[in-house]
Design a binder for this molecule. Structure first.
Ligand SMILES: Cc1ncc(COP(=O)(O)O)c(C=O)c1O
Length: 383
């Protein structure tokens, strides 16, 4: 079945009790046993809930896996996955990753005895050189946030598969399963902040993970239940509702983002645009091979520095200054102080972040209005 159809139907048949077409919100903590030694499919909502089950089946279907998991947030998903490992294990992590991922790696996992090494995963030779007998995890973001570097996922998976003990995990939040399916490229686990494109309406915090290997799925289910990192049924319902329009939203995000990227690339007050759908992007060819689209989020450099960036952000009317992304409304953020502000300055510089970098999550408004807004705001930016 096609993606659009699966987004609407996977895990979501009419409710067997009353025929409700929409998956009901099973807002219950517990389920009645039929006798002291017999329960139905569900007994307690941390262990399982029918609304969550529908979402988990749908996520698995969209990513092409055998088992999906829903979590209370993207970070709850990440943290639960990290509990698969033991102190002393060595993790290779994308040298440019989401600030919250950096924080959990450096401020929590490291102090618990994990050995964390940040590597530029676009450089396969550097990855191979970093692998040690204790390496257990390669954590990947592609495209990276906010510099929009791509990692060749199939190449990383091939390297990892030479070492039986290594798991590969991809944070697929930026592209959503509509544009990229890491499991099909040989990756072991795909993780999402469903807060972003998957829900798509900036009204829920959620996370997800999908695997192909049923045995790995069992281990993750054990941890999800043991840690209790689960979402409530109402949030699952909202995310399921959001998913129904994921395909058409992603097409609109993509069209608007590319349109804005081209406009900015030609603007005299912009120093450069980082968007894998532009031919100027150094990995344009890899993007064409690996993904079905470039998503709705990208970054650009404003000519000048902090003064020019602040002037631009202050004069935009349709782009709210906010750290999230992937909602129907356009958002803009300044990674230096916002999403990546918790990363120490030296590490930010080492990642390649600069003070004139801006990230934009382009919504699904009329592109003409977005261009007009940028045009008037850039007119207010001092040269
Ligand atoms: C790429 C990426 N991964 C993970 C997360 C964390 O997700 P959440 O905020 O849902 O915990 C975010 C949040 O911004 C993100 O952008």
């Amino acid at each position: 079945m096609h993606f659009k159809t699966r987004a609407i139907h996977a895990g979501q048949g009419p409710d067997p009790q009353y025929g409700a077409v929409m998956t009901p919100v099973f807002q219950t903590s517990t389920f009645a046993f039929t006798s002291p030694d017999e329960s139905g499919e569900f007994d307690y909502s941390r262990s399982g809930n029918p609304t969550r089950k529908a979402l988990e089946i749908c996520l698995a279907s969209l990513e092409g896996g055998t088992r999906g998991f829903a979590f209370a947030s993207g970070m709850a998903a990440t943290n639960t996955l990290l509990m698969l490992f033991q102190a002393g294990d060595h993790f290779i992590v994308s040298d440019e990753c989401y600030g919250g991922t950096y924080r959990i790696m450096m401020s929590v996992m490291k102090s618990k005895g994990f050995d964390i090494e940040f590597v530029d995963l676009a450089d396969i030779a550097a990855l191979e050189a970093a692998i040690r007998p204790e390496t257990r995890l390669i954590w990947i973001e592609s495209p990276t946030n906010p510099l929009m570097k791509l990692v060749d996922l199939a190449a990383v998976a091939t390297v990892a598969k030479r070492h039986e003990q290594i798991l590969t995990m991809v944070d697929n939040t930026f592209l959503s399963p509509y544009f990229q399916n890491p499991l099909e490229l040989g990756i072991d686990v795909v993780m999402h902040s469903t807060t972003k494109y998957i829900n798509g309406h900036s009204d829920v915090i959620g996370g997800g993970a999908v695997v192909k290997d049923p045995a790995l799925g069992e281990r993750i289910y054990f941890l999800q239940n043991a840690m209790g990192s689960v979402p409530g049924p109402w949030d699952c319902f909202l995310i399921l509702r959001g998913i129904k329009t994921l395909a058409i939203r992603m097409e609109e995000h993509q069209k608007n983002a590319l349109g804005l990227a081209k406009f900015l690339e030609a603007h005299p007050k912009i120093a450069g645009v980082l968007h894998p759908g532009l031919e100027s992007h150094p990995q344009y060819e890899l993007a064409r091979r690996q993904t079905r689209g470039d998503g709705g989020t990208f970054s650009f450099y404003v000519k000048g520095g902090v003064t020019q960036v602040y002037a631009l952000l202050e004069h935009l009317r349709l782009f709210a200054q906010a750290v999230s992304l992937g909602g129907v409304e356009s958002l803009i953020e300044y990674p230096w102080t916002m999403t990546h502000g918790t990363i120490p300055e030296a590490a930010r510089r080492e990642m390649g972040l600069k003070e004139n970098l801006v990230r934009v999550s382009v919504g699904i408004e009329a592109l003409e209005d977005l261009l007009e807004d940028f045009s008037q705001a850039l007119d207010c930016v001092p040269a």
